[in-house]
Each structure stands twice: as structure tokens, then as C-alpha cells.
Design a protein. Structure first.
Length: 459
């Protein structure tokens, strides 16, 4: 049992982020193993519930594989673990002290509820540099702008606003800027902060009546890197404070770099005066990586891990996983862990096995019907319009988009897709696919829209 637990922990350590691993897996301990039933103890109810929901099936799968027979895994509470194993502290939850706050203020500053492990909120990660950033068509503009800003902070584009879908490298780029500036000018005062943490800082400043100190600190920075600003939505007090900091820094020619999951005008719940300021420097999109770039990323990350990945395998993975770089990294971690665990070389068959869950989820979820429904919902038209013969533009374009996605995301042929769209000819489908692909290549907003749809479809 101990041996299994060591192996299982090692696997999970490969598959998860270090924060996830130390918050959720490290504090667990195997309790006993009897008649095909393994009991694993967790130190408190919160961890117990989270581990059950998030990791039970993976651990069960590993146990069954280890013992070569179906294993039942039970999670039980054992508070003694708290003292015995000194688990890593659970990320702080802000809810407690806020009880004293008048409700109307608490509503305005908002309360961050802890729903799981959080990323390190305020350190520049020295692994995220321009050197470790793979470039392609999708991010070359953003990278060029970031380099320009890193070379001339406060001078060229201020603020620099980077936007794009999840896991596309925005955080990586702003850390890269921070790293380069620190290298060139070690004495500058830089702050990287995730927007959620900034909201919490506002809460703390409120609780301690420390707004003067808060202002003094933020207004004294040379470089402010603020990540995922969409988290400010609906938090008016945070926005107000940020507005003052923004004005002060820009007036003093101090550099601000902001990231968001969408372009400024599309952020809902954000004060108009902030939105217009976000757009007053340079706004650049980070696009989803194209196939060649996905392959390059896989090869580079594998090499960093000291693993040999041949081109065929990299192409296979890149073809199947298209949504974002974080997903690619997760897949690679799984492949490496699987190959080390089983002592097998990385071949396409091994990849298929290692990514079985991931690939089957993708295949299961994306059907033409699912695409039609998702696209119809997105554009607020009826699903029936997807097969109807009507041709007004508000229907025809979503229909073309749905056909394009059907070709992109399913294995169906053009005639099969035509059939599913009300018996249309395959040339109609081909025309739609080409038209949307061309629009996507030249218009970043269309690309963004399609990316959102793809992410939704892939769950
Ligand atoms: N072009 C790239 N080259 C190398 N690694 C990349 C690249 N783009 C992203 N990554 C890696 O992918 C992971 C996810 O990227 P990152 O956290 O920067 O995404 P993000 O756009 O900030 O997403 P989110 O909006 O979810 O915060 C990181 O580990 C990052 O280092």
C-alpha cells in the first residue's frame, strides 16, 4: 500500500501544478488496504470533499492499474493528520474577517471565495521569460509589443493591454516583461499582481483603514503588471482605487501592463472611464496557437523536461488538442508521467493510452448537433435555422460558422455535414468553410469569437 501510494503520489505530482499537489495530494495518507478496498485519509472536511470531487477517479484508476484489478477507493476524515504530516497550508480564504464589514461595502469590494488552489499571486516567475516563450503567427504581435515595452518602459505603449482566451500565454508574456526589466534595471520597483489579489488588497486596506498606505504603495511603482483584469467586473470600489493608481502612474510615465480575457470594450461590469483608459495605449490580441506552433511548444517543453518526443507524436498531440497552451502542457505532463510509470517509450499508441480520457471527452462532446446548438445559442437564433432554407444574413453567417466548426472539430466529411445542415450540397459547406477560415485569418475579432465557441464546445 505504501509503495502504491508513493508511486501514485509521484504520478500526480507530475500531472498537477506544484500548488495543487502540495495543497491537495501531499496532505493525504493511505490508511489501510483490505479486500480490494483502499482507504485514504484527508485531514479536514474541506480537503476531503475537494479531493473526492477532483481526484477520486484518477486515484481509483491508478490503484486499479497498480493492483491489476478493480479497486474501490474510499476517502475518510482523519484530523490527526493535521499534526502528524503538517500538510501545506490551505490558501487563505478571505471570508472570515469580512463579517465585520457593512454589507453594502462588502458588496462593493466583493468577497473572494476560495474554490480551489490559487496561483502564486504576486511574484515574478523567473522561468517565464521571452526565451522560454515560443513564437508563432498567433502571438508575434503581442510578443513584439511586449519586447518593445520591456526595452522602453513608460515610453512606448502605455498601458499595454494584452487580451486573449485562457491559457494562451498572456501571463507568461507579462512575467517575461517583468523579468527583462528587472534584469536591465535591477532597482526599479515592480509589482506583478493577479487582479483577484488586488481585489483582496483593497478589502484588506478597507479593513485596516489603510487606504493611504495602499495608495502610496501603488502610486510609487515604476512598473505595474496586472493580470486578468476582468476580475474587477462589478467591483466598483476596486475599480475606483485602480483608476486613481492608473492615472497617477500614467501621468508619471510609469509603465502599466494589463491582461484580460477579452478586449476592453467587451469587459462587462467595468466603469466606462476605465475602459477608455485601457484602450488609450496599445491593445493587442494573443491568439490561439496554430498547428505548427502547438508542435513547437510541445517539442520545446518536452526538451525542457529532458524527454525525447518525436515529430510524429508531437503532431498527433497538436492535431488533437487545439484549444490552448495550458491544455498542451497538461497533456504532455500526462504523457511523460505515463511513459515513466510504465517504463515505455513515447509512441502514438502510448499517447493514445495516456490521453485516453482527454481524447474521448473531446470526441464524445463534439457532435454536429452540439455545434449547431452552441452556435445557435451564441448568436441567439433558433437551432432549426441551422437546417432551414432561410438566408437572411443574421442566420446565414452563424450557419456558415457552424459548418466551419463542424469541419474543424468533427471527423465528418463535407457531404455528411451538408446532410446534417438540412440536406445542403457539399459545395455549400466548402464555400462556408473557406469563407470563415479567410475571415478568421484576417480579422482578430472573428478569430476571438471562434475561439470562444471552440472553448465552449470543448468544455
Ligand atoms: N507561446 C508560448 N510558449 C511557451 N509556453 C507558453 C506559451 N504560451 C503559453 N505558454 C505556457 O502555457 C501556460 C499557460 O499560459 P498563461 O498562464 O500565460 O496563459 P494566460 O493567457 O495568462 O491564461 P489565463 O487567462 O488563464 O490566465 C503557462 O505555463 C505558459 O508558460
Amino acid at each position: 500500500m505504501e509503495d502504491f501510494w508513493q508511486t501514485c503520489s509521484a504520478m500526480l505530482e507530475q500531472e498537477l501544478t506544484p500548488q495543487q499537489y502540495s495543497a491537495w495530494i501531499k496532505p493525504l495518507a493511505p490508511l489501510d488496504f483490505e479486500d480490494g478496498r483502499l482507504r485514504i485519509a484527508a485531514p479536514n472536511r474541506f480537503k476531503l470533499d475537494w479531493v473526492k470531487a477532483q481526484f477520486a477517479s484518477r486515484i481509483t484508476h491508478l490503484a486499479s492499474e497498480y493492483w491489476q484489478s478493480p479497486i474501490e477507493v474510499q476517502f475518510v476524515l482523519d484530523p490527526r493528520l493535521n499534526g502528524a504530516r503538517k500538510p501545506a497550508p490551505v490558501p487563505a480564504v478571505v471570508s472570515g474577517p469580512l463579517v465585520d464589514m457593512p454589507t453594502e461595502i462588502a458588496d462593493r469590494v466583493d468577497i473572494a471565495i476560495d474554490t480551489g488552489p490559487r496561483r502564486d499571486q504576486s511574484k515574478i516567475n523567473d522561468a517565464l521569460t521571452f526565451d522560454s516563450f515560443v513564437t508563432g503567427k498567433a502571438n508575434q504581435l503581442a510578443r513584439a509589443a511586449a519586447i518593445q515595452v520591456a526595452n522602453n518602459p513608460g515610453v512606448s505603449y502605455n498601458p499595454l493591454f494584452l487580451y486573449g482566451g485562457v491559457g494562451l500565454g498572456k501571463t507568461h508574456l507579462i512575467h517575461a516583461i517583468g523579468n527583462q526589466v528587472l534584469q536591465d534595471r535591477p532597482n526599479v520597483k515592480i509589482r506583478y499582481i493577479h487582479a483577484e489579489q488586488y481585489v483582496r488588497d483593497v478589502v484588506t486596506a478597507y479593513q485596516r483603514k489603510g487606504f493611504d498606505e495602499f495608495k502610496r504603495y501603488y502610486h510609487s511603482l515604476d512598473l505595474l503588471l496586472i493580470d486578468d483584469i476582468q476580475f474587477f467586473a462589478g467591483k466598483s470600489r476596486t475599480q475606483e482605487e485602480f483608476f486613481y493608481a492608473f492615472e497617477a502612474l500614467i501621468a508619471a510615465k510609469k509603465q502599466i501592463i494589463i491582461t484580460s480575457d477579452t478586449y476592453p470594450k467587451e469587459i462587462t461590469g467595468m466603469d466606462d472611464r476605465l475602459i477608455s483608459r485601457f484602450d488609450s495605449g496599445l491593445t493587442v490580441a494573443v491568439e490561439p496557437p496554430e498547428l505548427e506552433m502547438r508542435v513547437a511548444i510541445l517539442l520545446k517543453k518536452a526538451a525542457q523536461e529532458g524527454a525525447a518526443l518525436n515529430d510524429d507524436v508531437a503532431f498527433f498531440v497538436a492535431k488533437h488538442l487545439r484549444s490552448n497552451v495550458r491544455e498542451l502542457e497538461g497533456a504532455l505532463r500526462k504523457i511523460l508521467a505515463y511513459s515513466r510509470f510504465h517504463g515505455k517509450e513515447i509512441t502514438i499508441d502510448v499517447v493514445k493510452e495516456a490521453l485516453k480520457d482527454l481524447l474521448s471527452v473531446q470526441n464524445r462532446q463534439i457532435s454536429v448537433e452540439n455545434i449547431q446548438k452552441t452556435v445557435a445559442d451564441f448568436f441567439n437564433i433558433k437551432v432549426a435555422d441551422m437546417y432551414s432554407k432561410k438566408r437572411p444574413a443574421n442566420i446565414a453567417r452563424p450557419r456558415q460558422i457552424a459548418m466551419y466548426l463542424a469541419k474543424e472539430l468533427t471527423q465528418k466529411s463535407l457531404p455528411e455535414i451538408g446532410e446534417l445542415f438540412g440536406g445542403r450540397d457539399h459545395t455549400t459547406v466548402l464555400h462556408a468553410v473557406r469563407k470563415i477560415a479567410a475571415d478568421r485569418a484576417k480579422n482578430p475579432e472573428v478569430n476571438h469569437e471562434l475561439h470562444v465557441l471552440e472553448q465552449t464546445l470543448k468544455g
